[in-house]
Design a protein around this ligand. Sequence first.
Ligand code: MN
Length: 237
Amino acid sequence: MPTTDLLHPQYVIDIGPRPSLPVAGRAERFPVGRIYCVGRNYADHAREMGHDPDREPPFFFMKAADSIVQDNAVLAYPVGSKDVHHEIELVVAIGKGGRNITVDKALEHVWGYGIGLDMTRRDIQGEAKKMGRPWEMGKSFDESAPVSALRPASEIGHPARGAITLRVNGVLRQQGDLAMQIWNVPEQIAYLSSLITLQPGDLIFSGTPAGVGPIQPGDKLEGHIDGVGDLTVTYRR
Ligand code: MN
């Protein structure tokens, strides 16, 4: 019986490298662990989804780490849905883990930021909501998490305000400001780390402003966040 070395394990099958993201201007990549997403974190988006944006506690759902795709990807229209929506979001990359992190210490745990699209099979999510079922099949599917190259907080700081926009085929569809988040990034980290132990490599999708809507085959999606950068994704015809 061979001994097991858990630091350098040998596996019975090969599943390839860990998901990761490029870092702007560097050869080294950011390894992606888990992806947590905040629901309804901009008041105008909560209203457009039929909810009252009082400050109820934030809630989270997850996407699989391998649903990540990089900037400039050309994607197939997702299977299983006729109503795939775009949600442009600030992505927070956790560099230092922890639990019960306080709001005033939260930003010490952030390695950097990026721009993400929380692509959503809205018809499947809507059915799950109606049936009281989990959201995963509406939210976590192949190529459902395009993310830009990340930029380190040591270079860009911690963006707390600034325009967040999404254009589809050049037309402005989503527009907001990071300052409009109901729960800001330090509050998201504090709350999330009271429920789970945050790990280095975790990403937080921090919610989307109003203007979510369906995409069509052939659409070009261009996201922008002031001080963070840009993200472009194209869907094949
Ligand atoms: Mn979202």
